[in-house]
Ligand binder design. Structure first.
Ligand code: ZN
Length: 342
């Protein structure tokens, strides 16, 4: 047998409270449903959302500065799923070397928000792949984006920002790498320290932006890839009251440290929003069990993220409500608040 196949079934017998539905209605701020959508597909998605108790889902797919596409997506969602879907726009990186780029990018965002975008989505290509005409990497904290970040603050729309990737992707693929299996299955995720900017460099550039633009709300996606160092993330959030975070695809980091993560959630309860990042209804069950129960040692849905089992955080109801909907309703403008408990 190859180590890749090793998957021992737990023989532990202990009280378990698996969940198929969240305790409160919730908002998934980090997903990627593609609109325009076929009516049949939308009906199925809404039925699945209802089953999970998901009221609203964010669609962060719309690429750079394309008003036509943004508008057709918003119109389609308005028709097929009124009040259930919101959209974030993303920056257009073309023309980065033009002297007027900074103003143009800010003006584009203003137009996107007028059309109905509720925020700005910035993906990891900024920092890793976006280059200027000379082939130089554009840093995340490059001053040419300052007017764009400032515009988000002025319009009171959040910036949802995903920077870099799990730190283990930069580390040697050896027996000590916690993401060894993932790097075997998806070798393209490996980062080359000789060519790519370092993980620490990217994270530092991102934090520089947070510090420089205190009037703009940033949602640092995937726990800012600091789920394995919540103390550092908490310190950043203490220093920058404009920084929020989100738990998409990093549940396994929380589920392996239930006591500290619970304490951390209670301390930062006003600053974390719910996200998942991929639409697979049954995978949400693990999220509910980790967040809501005090169960011990139960399986997680994706082996390449974690070879360990989960433990429940047993979050207090008030903290759950903030994570599930209150924080998102407060920082994302224009969401329909009906149907959420007080
Ligand atoms: Zn995503």
């Amino acid at each position: 047998m190859d180590v890749r196949e090793y998957e021992p079934k737990s023989s532990l017998v202990s009280p378990q409270h698996p969940k198929t539905r969240a305790k409160y209605p919730f908002i998934d701020v980090h997903n990627h449903p593609r609109f325009p959508m076929q009516a049949e597909q939308a009906r199925k998605m809404l039925a699945d959302m209802d089953g999970l108790n998901m009221r609203i889902m964010g669609s962060l797919f719309v690429r750079g500065g394309n008003n036509e596409r943004l508008k057709s997506a918003i119109d389609s969602a308005q028709q097929l799923a009124p009040g259930r879907i919101f959209f974030f726009a993303s920056p257009d990186y073309s023309g980065l070397d033009d002297p007027g780029y900074a103003q143009k990018a800010a003006a584009q965002l203003e137009k996107d928000v007028k059309l109905g975008a509720r925020g700005l989505k910035v993906w990891k290509d900024l920092g890793l792949n976006i280059k200027d005409a000379k082939g130089e990497r554009i840093h995340i904290d490059d001053a040419r984006f300052d007017p764009l970040w400032a515009m988000c603050g002025r319009l009171k729309v959040p910036v949802f920002i995903h920077t870099a990737d799990p730190k283990q992707f930069w580390e040697p693929i050896d027996k000590n790498n916690e993401r060894w299996l993932e790097l075997q299955e998806m070798p393209g995720r490996r980062r080359d320290p000789a060519k790519d900017p370092s993980w620490e460099q990217l994270i530092t550039e991102q934090h520089n932006v947070f510090r420089k633009h205190k009037n703009t709300i940033f949602i640092d996606a995937h726990l800012g890839w600091l789920g394995g160092d919540l103390g550092r993330l908490g310190k950043l959030m203490d220093e920058c009251p404009n920084v929020y975070t989100e738990i998409g695809a990093v549940l396994a980091e929380l589920g392996r440290q239930p006591r500290y993560a619970r304490e951390w959630f209670i301390k930062h309860q006003d600053r974390v929003v719910f996200g998942k990042d991929t639409w697979a209804p049954t995978e949400y069950y693990s999220y509910f069990q980790v967040l809501e129960t005090a169960d011990d040692y139960f399986p997680y849905y994706r082996r390449r993220h974690a070879f360990w089992a989960m433990y429940g955080l047993d979050l207090p109801d008030e903290v759950l409500k903030k994570l599930y909907y209150r924080n998102a309703l407060r920082i994302i403008p224009g969401l329909d608040a009906t149907g959420f408990p007080k």
